[in-house]
Each structure stands twice: as C-alpha cells, then as structure tokens.
Ligand binder design. Structure first.
Ligand SMILES: [Zn+2]
Length: 206
C-alpha cells in the first residue's frame, strides 16, 4: 500500500468534525486535516488541505480563523477560497480581494476603493462555502517543531501521490494559483518536499 493510501486510511478513520464543531473535543495543540464534499481518493474522502498553528495552544483559534472569523487577511485558506469563487465568476473584485487590509496604511489607502459591503458579501460566501463543504480530523501533537515537520511531510506525501486527483467540479480548479490547481490541494507551501517515512507513519497511528 502506498504511503498516501495509508495516510488516507488513518485520517479517514479518525473522528470527524463538521461546522459548528465542539471545541471541547479538539486538542489544544495539533494538526488538522481537511476533507471536502465530493472529493474522493483511495476509497475514502480525499485530503484537500493540511494545516497547523505556531502559537502555543492555538489549534482551536486557528480553526476559528478559517470557519468563523470573516477576515481573509487572517486566514490564507479563506483568501484562497475567495480567490477561486471570484475567479470562477470572473468578478473583477478579485484584484481588491488580494489587498491585505490588516495594516493601517492599507486600510486608509483603500478605504474609498474597496466597497466594504461587497467585501463582507464575499466573506459571507466564503464562510457559507467552507461551513457547508469542509470537514476535518485532528491529531494531537504537542511539540511545535514536530507539528511543523509532520505537517510538511503529510502535505508532501499527498502532493507527490499520482492517485490523488481533484474532481472535475472541484472549486480549486478555478483558483488563480497554479500550485492549487496543479496539486489539487488548498495549499501553496510544503508541496513535493520530503514525504512521511515508515517511522513517521507509526507516530501518526499512536
Ligand atoms: Zn494519494
């Protein structure tokens, strides 16, 4: 069995979280593995994104930034979903969606150019899409260095797999990002690097 197949088997068997999720059941530190409606691989749900957090005890907070907080500048995942939605609709707002509004300078500079209502409308669409279509599993990893290492290796394992493919209807096919369209993952970093070893896999299965 291929490493990617094993990884899919392991994560498909874990308890699955759907929005709205019970935060008390989520460990404080760990890695999340996202699945998307309609996306299948290796006889189960296809892994479409893997992520983690850097700050201590911030796993839940990271998941909230994706599913709850309507601010694409705090979640690259939200930003990428928005990019694909806007691009699919040939919406010229895509250009403005790219601008990071977390800095005071940009906020002031673009306050007149960016229609705040339109911005909120897109954020809402992103939330709706995320909440309806994504589910996730989590693994607890306390050590930050280990988390980042495993995250990278899981991503590489899936991106290097020839059998994992997005469906024809996958929203990511409309992403303006080559790496998302090419990998079938909502990711642009840690693709095609070092995959998981047998030893790493045994650590995942506890
Ligand atoms: Zn695969």
């Amino acid at each position: 069995m291929s490493t990617c197949n094993k990884v899919h088997e392991i994560f498909n068997q874990l308890p699955r979280f759907y929005f709205p999720f019970d935060e008390t059941k989520i460990p404080q530190n760990g890695i999340y593995i996202l699945f998307e409606k309609g996306e299948k691989a290796h006889g189960g749900d296809r892994i479409v994104r893997v992520g983690t957090h850097t700050g201590k005890d911030q796993l839940c907070s990271r998941l909230r930034q994706h599913f709850l907080t309507e601010n694409k500048d705090r979640s690259i995942f939200r930003k990428n979903i928005g990019r694909a939605i806007l691009n699919k609709n040939s919406d010229p707002f895509l250009e403005l969606w790219e601008i990071d509004l977390t800095t005071r300078t940009n906020k002031e500079k673009y306050s007149k150019t960016i229609n705040a209502n339109k911005q909120r409308q897109i954020e809402r669409k992103v939330s709706d899409f995320l909440r309806k279509n994504f589910s996730f599993a989590v693994i607890e990893v306390g050590d930050k260095r280990k988390r980042l290492e495993l995250e990278s290796k899981i991503i590489s394992t899936v991106s290097l797999c020839d059998e994992c493919e997005p469906s024809k209807n996958w929203l990511g096919n409309y992403s303006p990002k080559d790496k998302i369209r090419g990998s079938g993952l909502w990711l642009v970093n840690e693709l095609n690097k070092t995959p998981l070893s047998e030893k790493d896999i045994s650590e995942l299965t506890f």
